[in-house]
Design a protein around this ligand. Structure first.
Ligand SMILES: [Zn+2]
Length: 331
């Protein structure tokens, strides 16, 4: 599988960049700007492969030694510049990993490519140390600066690097990536696509995170049972759910449940419903409730979410939330 094909979205941007590579007019330095998980790293890898491919056509063949070693991270002329002492790139990192390294000719590739993840976190001193190299790069030097915010870089650095902005993908684009590249079943792919809000990197992280899928299973199952469960048991759930304190998507999961419930009730069989496997269960629960009851259930989640953010005891907030919803949905 060619790396190009493994990417999704941002077609126009990619076409522009890769045609510059083919025509031999790719800039020595550029900024790839996009949110966390938007595919900056994948794009940098694909560009490195196209630039270095032994066919010399500016297109990655995917099979030559160069293409394969870049994929596995072992290419002698492709460098990922990483912080060594602190969490951000400092002046010594730039001196040792970039300035000194670029003065040595490529080992086997046509170019020497430096990828700087989180370049916008570089210290000002590091950026100043980088400047001379950016101003007068050797013919074989290529610098790919990955940044969430290009504006965080010094103007002197920015003025030497065109900015290529990556947009978040649609939920469907993330889902099709997961299905085709990772063999994720359709329903789960759509679910992860929804939660990842357009960021493939985030979706991949969630995919590897068993605890997310376990939480999703647990929470959804219980929300269906809630109207028919006795108070003592519900209080036990509240205690158990405090374990999800560190899960960033816990509240979204709850809110999406009620959004889906309302959606299924108002627009049955909508293709936007994310948890398709739960559709019949959703439809059954939806038939027992009024839109107002569902909305007030979602409001109870919002209230608990706000309380948790204000350091109200999480278990108390969850107890109140679940009992409020149970009261609303009493059947
Ligand atoms: Zn190749």
């Amino acid at each position: 599988m060619n790396q190009m094909d493994a990417m999704r979205g941002n077609e126009a941007l990619r076409r522009r960049m890769f045609s510059a590579v083919r025509q031999g007019r790719f800039p020595h330095a550029c900024i790839l700007q996009g949110a966390k998980g938007s595919g900056k790293g994948l794009l940098a890898l694909a560009l490195a492969r196209a630039l270095q491919c032994e066919t010399g056509q500016g297109v990655s063949c995917g099979t030559c030694v160069s293409c394969r070693t870049i994929e596995s991270g072992n290419h002698p002329d492709v460098f990922w510049v990483e912080p060594t002492k602190t969490k951000v790139l400092g002046v010594e990192d730039i001196r040792q990993q970039v300035v000194q390294e670029v003065s040595i000719k490529p080992y086997s590739g046509r170019y020497k490519i430096f990828v700087l993840p989180e370049a916008d976190q570089m210290t000002p001193a590091a950026q100043n140390a980088f400047l001379k190299t950016l101003e007068e790069p050797p013919a074989y030097g290529v610098f790919l600066l990955l940044a969430e915010q290009a504006a965080s870089l010094l103007p002197t650095v920015r003025s030497r690097c065109p900015v290529y902005g990556l947009k978040p993908l649609s939920q469907g684009e993330v889902a099709s990536f997961l299905m085709e590249e990772k063999g994720v079943p359709a329903q789960q792919a759509h679910l992860l696509g929804e939660y990842a809000a357009g960021a493939i990197g985030k979706a991949l992280q969630l995919l590897e995170d068993d605890s997310f899928l376990a939480m999703q299973q647990d929470v959804t199952e219980k929300l269906f049972l809630l109207p028919k469960t006795n108070t003592a048991t519900v209080l036990g759930w509240a205690a158990g759910w405090t374990a999800y304190k560190q899960q960033p998507l816990f509240w979204e999961l709850l809110l999406l449940f009620y959004r889906d419930l309302l959606l299924e009730q108002q627009l049955p069989q909508s293709k936007f419903l994310m948890e398709k496997e739960k559709r019949s269960q959703m439809a059954a629960l939806g038939r027992q409730l009024t839109p107002g009851q569902i909305r007030r259930s979602a409001d109870a989640v919002w209230t608990a979410k706000k309380q948790a953010a204000q350091n109200v005891n999480l278990q108390l907030a969850l107890e109140e939330m679940l009992l409020t919803i149970k009261g609303e949905q009493h059947v």
